[in-house]
Design a binder for this molecule. Structure first.
Ligand SMILES: [Zn+2]
Length: 303
């Protein structure tokens, strides 16, 4: 009895200590492996990775907006006194990259080829973007203090392996899945995969004209074959390869519905009106659905 009581006391103490530590990092930070964390976005906002190495920190994506970027930096500071050495972009869009200035310098930013060009193009298209962001709230204005537009310092083609402070990070360019330059980051030893925005979770993805459903499915197949234990998508709750399987099922049904109507001789305009996916009515961002119909039409040879 006494041993049992003693054991329970120890367990209670351990549980308290562990939960107190977890609480310190806040409910939005999850530990995936030793020294590997995800700072999850609110709702459908972007996720960020934090990877501690013996020679400094690697941050994957710098947050939905500058307030988030500062929160990510605060999380890093709670974990280690070491500097952020590298930032890796899973995509060039503003909701993953605006906060680079919070980390760089000293961090060097790494992305797939075309990321800088994409970022500069978006910046030229909306030159008042930062001004408008600053006007959105006093907190945002404060978070934007010291803002600088930072594009990747290093761009790689196809694949890149980074060895830093005992960690191995394999960067893999994903063609045609979301932006001009999407990168999956694979930690083979820890079996953690940051899968970019090829697949999002419980949400309709936006399929731009540069995006192809067969490329998305090929990327899913490739990433599933890595056999990851944890999958962290660009947006949505981190999980497992089920994220890819859910996406595969969604696209299979979409292609089936669009294909049937195309066989009946329907035009793209008809398809945009007639294709419905009530099975996925609970998914977020339904306004993006027409871009999915267009992509399915392209995938099935429509012109
Ligand atoms: Zn994006």
């Amino acid at each position: 009895m006494r041993i049992k009581a003693g054991m329970s006391a120890i367990f209670a103490f351990l549980t308290l200590t562990v939960s107190a530590f977890a609480q310190d990092l806040g409910p939005r930070v999850q530990k995936l492996a030793d020294g590997v964390y995800v700072h999850t976005g609110k709702g459908f906002e972007s996720n960020s990775g934090i990877i501690l190495t013996q020679e400094g920190v690697v941050v994957i994506d710098t947050g939905q907006n500058p307030i988030e970027s500062r929160d990510i930096m605060d999380t890093v500071k709670k974990l280690t006194s070491m500097p952020v050495r590298l930032v890796i972009d899973t995509e060039p869009h503003a909701d993953h990259t605006t906060g680079h200035y919070v980390f760089s310098p000293p961090a060097i930013v790494v992305a797939a080829a075309g990321a800088g060009e994409s970022m500069r193009g978006a910046d030229r298209a909306a030159p008042d973007r930062i001004q408008r962001l600053a006007a959105s709230s006093p907190e945002m204005k404060a978070a934007l203090e010291g803002y600088r537009f930072i594009t990747p310092h290093i761009e790689y083609h196809d694949k890149m392996t980074i060895n830093l402070g005992g960690r191995v990070l394999e960067l893999m360019y994903l063609k045609g899945v979301h932006s001009e330059s999407d990168t999956a980051v694979w930690l083979p030893k820890e079996r953690v995969l940051f899968s970019a925005s090829a697949f999002v979770v419980n949400q309709i993805n936006i399929l731009r004209p540069i995006v192809n459903i067969p490329d998305i499915l090929a990327a899913g197949k490739m990433m599933k074959a890595l056999n990851p234990e944890h999958v962290v998508p660009g947006h949505g709750t981190p999980g497992t390869v089920k994220i890819f399987e859910d996406g595969e099922r969604y696209y299979a049904l979409l292609l089936d519905r669009v294909g049937k109507l195309m066989k009946e001789g329907k035009s793209l305009d008809d398809l945009r009106k007639e294709v419905k996916m009530p099975e996925y009515a609970s998914w977020g961002s339904q306004e993006r659905f027409p871009t999915n119909v267009d992509a399915a039409y392209r995938a099935l040879g429509g012109k």
